[in-house]
Write a protein that binds this ligand. Sequence first.
Ligand code: HPA
Length: 286
Amino acid sequence: MSASNECRYNYDQSKETADWLLSRIPQKPTVAIICGSGLGGLADLVENRSVFPYKDIPYFPKSTVQGHVGQLVFGELRGKQIVCMQGRFHFYEGYNSSTVTYPVRMFFLLGVEILIVTNAAGGLNPDYNVGDIMMIKDHINMPGFAGENPLCGPNDERFGVRFPCMSDAYDKDITRLAQEAAEEQGCASFLRHGVYCMLAGPTFETIAECRALQILGADAVGMSTVPEVVVARHCGLRVFGLSLITNKVVTNYDSKERANHEEVLQTTRMRTEDLQRMVSHLVGKL
Ligand code: HPA
């Protein structure tokens, strides 16, 4: 099966991929990390690595975005067995939600218990600065409002229940540990706690859309993460999420600012080391 828009993955396919990987890695990971745009450098800190380009993994889709490498990196970080996804899948690439979330179900079948997600996001909260790191305390699933929820369709009870709770999507205990890790790593001055809103992209938001999202209570906006979190919670993984605020969204019709991908990548380059230090320190505490 190719990773086209029509296909929906089933349990057996996820299991086949998981078994394929399990037969090729020395130890099972317990933590999975999905690296956002320009944040894949975290995988370079992994020791005793086993690396699998997506194109070599059965059923795995390929990522097509600049700043995303496209490989799974297994190994050890701060004494924990982890798997890092260097490059994720997005709706705007033409993938459906089953494809976008397929790696998460596969992580579950590998034995992963904790999912850490990182992303680049635009700052909606006027108090936020470019370069801030926001711990995600909640999300708004905007594609879900329009019927694009990754759990739509028949429910496979081997993954989880039909109607999963989302009011506890982001794990409070892990967030507390992350706060500690951030403070110990000197990152407290640019740390925030806020609500992430996902839109499908690839367009950046209009001024009216940004104003609407602010009224809805979102602090940051991006084009990823929420489908993976929904599927992770469905199958019982504990989730922790971080958004790097790469730009401030435009909310003023007189502004000359224009959102662009180059600015996003530039900010990730500036903060990538802080973020990596914070996350690896957190992994050591899990
Ligand atoms: N909007 C949506 N996604 C983003 C942005 C933004 O301003 N910045 C980084 N990802």
